[in-house]
Unconditional design. Sequence first.
Length: 218
Amino acid sequence: MQTADRRPIAARGHPLARAIAAWLVRRQISANSISIFGLLCGLAAGLAFAATHWVGAASAALWLSGAVLIQLRLAANMFDGMVALERGIASPVGELYNEIPDRISDSAVLIGAGVAGGNWGLGVAAALAAVATAYVRAAGKAAGAPSDFSGPMAKPQRMFLMTLMALWFSLAPVSWQPALAGLTLPSLALIVVIVGCIVTIPRRLRRIAGMLRRGDGA
């Protein structure tokens, strides 16, 4: 079931996703535990990205590991909500487990990409921009509007870009990994994230303001 406060994810309706969620419920695995698993995957992905800055021949394996870990993190983000609905148990701290790990995971992945590209400052800037987009959504929800997950650089788009970058580095030969104006591919990807977030923030603000004026959250 979709609600205004759940990010619309088409994969939730897939039979395999439903089967996995049902299996997790039967094993009495809590939604909060799944959220923590997603956090650990996000942290590990960021560390894998950062480690490529110092590791030579093994960097392809680290990039691939990072890509897989990002997808596991996103899967955990999906299944924690599905399990919570299936179990029908609302945790009093569920919102904290839903939001805080996401912000930490985002920051870990983006800062890790910055270290990998030799520009940790860009990673920090991208992490701050990502947190700002989430803050706008949370502020709108607190004001009474439905959660706004619009992009162009919402979490799924940010992580999709980071996954593509990691897969490219893990599969493409070194000669296909050029720099542009002295910026490495991770740095360029982070600039795209930052610019996208700068567009996303005012877009969300406008949409949220419009919903509040119309009383959509009432």
